[in-house]
Design a protein around this ligand. Structure first.
Ligand code: T4K
Length: 391
């Protein structure tokens, strides 16, 4: 047999280190009885959607949990952000990071609002306040900052900047359920915050999302907008869409909220195990939070230093996939490098930190569906890879 074929044949016979795939952000599924008992109630009540009792109960429970006056649920996080952009009548230009999920840039572009991408801080990966300041013009209608990796953005500095410019500050809190700033839950800052309750999020409703805000009239508008502009039977006050959450989705949210302390505690155990295990591995840096106590510990973002680890980020990803560890390159490439945003008027971007970080970042499996022994085995595997490949 030709040598390279022999190598391949031998390689394919080696069992992967993990029998079952380790997924990034595998959905939490811990409270089946809590979900099924609510599902029975929905079934018996024959009320399945359109602002039903479970949706109302979850809105109140989340508002209480987050310590904010209003929580307006929506069918997903993107729909929730779309409602907010429409309700605030954003136009002109909106400043946002390129190092985030692509959904907000799409929402703006579809509405003929120009997304203006600001760079991130190379350490925390959150939006650079300085770069936002430089990008504000008289066309800027808002800043939408992401609480990246479940950690607060620089809330006070961004708020001061927006107050000075007379524009609203919005937070994309899709990553950040359960995280805090100055001891207070995220969800209560800026003009409004937007959550994703997608299955892959720390707190989820299968699919879902929400806008949280202290503003009564904004909450009112959001509720109208998510239901075609209806205010009464046969009465439509404004243009709107369908962004409603169904009762089954809300039931999953209520079941997950019942066990949120347990979920957060296990999520932290997993994070701490990575923190310990990765410390001794040269060339892999767990991106730490600004203040550890304020993260929700859900994301395990790691920067790969090729010179010290002995392989590139992409080689590491490929090697881990062979071992059934399905790490992801979030967020690579930055949104500004994606086809719809790369060219065209006004799209010359210079975002060195975004480009740097997105070429080196790899996100490891995290969250409550993992166990500490899984993480220890994974760190041992990484250590072996490093010692084989180290220069
Ligand atoms: N803002 C930010 C910062 C966001 O991260 C997101 C969404 C949004 C806004 C928008 O919110 P939504 O409109 O989605 O509510 C996933 C999610 O679909 C998306 O919600 C999420 N961010 C994004 C970062 O990740 P993909 O295309 O990477 O998903 P997928 O199918 O590859 O799954 C990710 C991982 O989860 C894989 O390891 C597989 C695992 N998985 C996934 C699903 C759906 C499971 O184990 N079970 C499952 O049921 O976008």
């Amino acid at each position: 047999m030709h040598d390279s074929n022999k190598d391949e044949a031998e390689k394919s016979q080696v069992a992967p280190a993990f029998d079952e795939p380790l997924y990034v952000n595998r959905p939490v599924a811990v409270n089946k009885p809590g979900f099924l008992s609510r599902f029975d109630k929905i079934w018996d009540a024959h009320w399945f959607t359109n602002d039903g009792p479970m949706v109302q109960e979850l809105e109140q429970a989340l508002a209480d949990y987050l310590g904010v006056k209003h929580c307006v649920l929506a069918s997903n996080g993107t729909a929730a952000m779309g409602l907010l952009i429409d309700a605030l009548e954003l136009g002109g230009e909106v400043i946002l990071p390129a190092f985030t999920f692509v959904s907000t840039a799409h929402l703006l572009t579809l509405r003929k609002v120009m997304p203006v991408f600001a760079d991130i801080c190379p350490n925390g990966h959150d939006l650079s306040v300085e770069h936002c300041r430089a990008l504000i013009t008289d066309r800027t209608s808002a800043i939408i900052a992401t609480h990246i990796w479940g950690r607060p953005a620089q809330i006070q500095d961004l708020q001061a900047l927006c107050d000075k410019a007379g524009i609203p500050l919005i937070f994309d809190a899709a990553h950040a359920f359960g995280a805090r700033s100055g001891g207070q839950m995220l969800g209560r800052f800026g003009r409004a915050e937007v959550f994703s309750f997608h299955a892959t999020k720390l707190f989820h409703t299968f699919e879902g999302g929400a806008v949280t805000t202290p503003d009564d009239s904004l909450a009112d508008r959001l509720r109208k907008f998510r239901n075609f502009g209806f205010t009464e039977y046969d009465q439509v006050d404004c243009i709107g869409t369908n962004a409603k959450m169904s009762e089954v989705h809300a039931a999953m949210g209520l079941a997950n909220l019942e066990t949120i302390d347990e979920i957060l505690a296990q999520t932290k155990n997993v994070y701490d195990a990575y923190d310990d295990g990765l410390r001794s591995i040269k060339g892999l840096e767990l991106v730490g939070p600004r203040a550890k106590a304020e993260t929700n510990h859900y994301y395990i973002p790691v920067l790969v230093d090729e010179a010290k680890f002995g392989m590139t980020r992409d080689e590491l990803v490929a090697r881990l996939h062979e071992q059934n560890v399905l790490v992801r390159r979030y967020f690579y490439p930055g949104t500004h490098q994606l086809a719809p945003y790369k060219t065209g008027e006004g799209h010359e971007h210079r975002l060195p930190a975004t480009d740097q970080v997105s070429s080196r970042i790899v996100v490891f499996p995290g969250g409550a569906s993992l166990t500490v022994p899984d993480v220890s085995r994974l760190c041992e595997l990484l250590e072996r890879m490093q010692s084989h490949n180290a220069p």
